[in-house]
Design a protein around this ligand. Structure first.
Ligand SMILES: [Zn+2]
Length: 165
């Protein structure tokens, strides 16, 4: 039985293979390999990635490009773009996956359950009526019905065509 917390790459920590680098989000942004990193969209101030250990299929995270642990340091541009990308993410997930609801929010600090507390990120978790996964702090790994790569391909296509939203 494997436990997951509100965090991507948690499995890496459990198996003791800690990333060498200081911050996995910064590494992903610097890497050119968006597909392998499941990076969906690069904005001017923020970017969107898929959670590799999702709470539900289609679980995304919006991350400021600037490395910061403190939400109070985000500037107007960073907040505005986060909001725009939150709307786009919700639209993309609704249209490609027919989500019926969403949980949207931050876990700020390890005391609040942040798996990667050094670099803040906004979670967007699609929900469907009847799904049983009500944001538990710790739960058994869910069986995700759709492979993450298929979801990535569907959503990435959508993000390409909605620059204007
Ligand atoms: Zn970082």
């Amino acid at each position: 039985m494997r436990h997951i917390v509100w965090a991507p790459w948690r499995g890496t920590y459990i198996t003791g293979e800690k990333p060498v680098s200081a911050c996995v989000f910064c590494d992903i942004f610097k890497s050119p390999d968006d597909k392998n990193n499941y990076l969906l969209y690069r904005g001017n101030h923020t970017f969107i990635i898929m959670n590799l250990y999702p709470y539900n299929n289609g679980h995304l995270m919006i991350v400021p490009i600037r490395h910061t642990a403190d939400i109070l340091t985000l500037d107007k541009n960073e907040f505005e773009e986060t909001t725009v990308l939150m709307r786009r993410s919700i639209k993309a997930i609704k249209e490609t996956m027919s989500a019926e609801g969403f949980n949207v929010g931050y876990n700020l600090g390890s005391a609040a359950g942040a798996g990667i507390d050094a670099h803040i990120h906004l979670h967007i978790v699609p929900r469907w009526n009847g799904d049983t996964n009500f944001m538990p702090v710790i739960s058994e790994t869910k069986v995700i019905s759709e492979h993450i790569t298929d979801t990535y391909n569907k959503l990435a296509k959508f993000f390409c065509i909605m620059e204007g939203l």
